[in-house]
Design a protein around this ligand. Sequence first.
Ligand code: NDP
Length: 284
Amino acid sequence: MNIISGKELSARLREEMAAQIPSLEEKYGRKPNLTVILVGENPASQSYVRSKAKAAVAIGMTSSTVTLPEQTSEAELLELIAKLNEDDAVDGILVQLPLPKHIDEDKVIDAISYEKDVDGFHPMNVAALWLGQPCIVPCTPKGCIEMIESTGVGIAGKKAVVVGRSNIVGKPVAKLLLDKNATVTIAHSRTADLGAVTREADILVAAVGRPLMITGDMVKPGAVVIDVGINRLEDGRLVGDVDFESAAPVAGYISPVPGGVGPMTITMLMKNTIQCFETRMQNK
Ligand code: NDP
């Protein structure tokens, strides 16, 4: 069994990006900028936002964080987004989810210019992804593919099973695997005999949100296993959707939690910000 360290892979990719920024600055006269909006005081969101801003600055981009109070109205948030859409110095806009209940997330995502949509959640980017057109690919799915490819195990012709069908992880990961010519199955809460399905997988991606749900007996020997889940147990431990202890001896390659998909998501956000910057600069 080999561990796919998202932390190490991220460090390498971030180094590459850091080396790229000075030449971008020279070419276009400024550094790429990521602007993150945080509404409210959800501690997990605060920590994610801090990590994103820190990563951007660490690789030499500029980063701004706009923190708004919990009671911010939907109209106020939409107004801020409209302003950032127009601001030429802003390349990527990320609104940290989840938003407070009184704000319609779909409306907010729709309001972000698709050219600055570094999360890849805007319907224009989602449509382009499914049509096979150039687009901004959502960060977590993009990170999963990089992790699978880092193993050297080819994706084409393999059986891939994605457990979970959310719009932000499961569905886009499945589409990206399909683009790489895997034969893809998407499993979900209504899948009958999940273990029988996952045991078929040469490549298994778990994006469920249920701690330690995928156990070793559900893994095909030698499979590449990517654990997207981030679950906080009552004792404070952070665990994935995969029971690493029982799955690791069976898998050929497996990503840990923490130190797996999490850091790769932020690394792909940096990539997407650079992509948005370059695309806008080239289209000027
Ligand atoms: P969602 O809750 O949106 O989706 C979960 C999916 O899992 C649903 O499609 C659901 O099926 C399916 N599911 C639930 N229970 C079962 C079950 N018993 N058997 C099979 N499938 C089941 O979650 P997300 O996709 O947003 O996130 C998934 C996990 O990934 C979470 O732990 C989240 O914290 C983590 N995450 C990690 C990121 C990272 O950077 N590492 C980024 C984003 C998410 P159905 O559709 O039928 O309800």
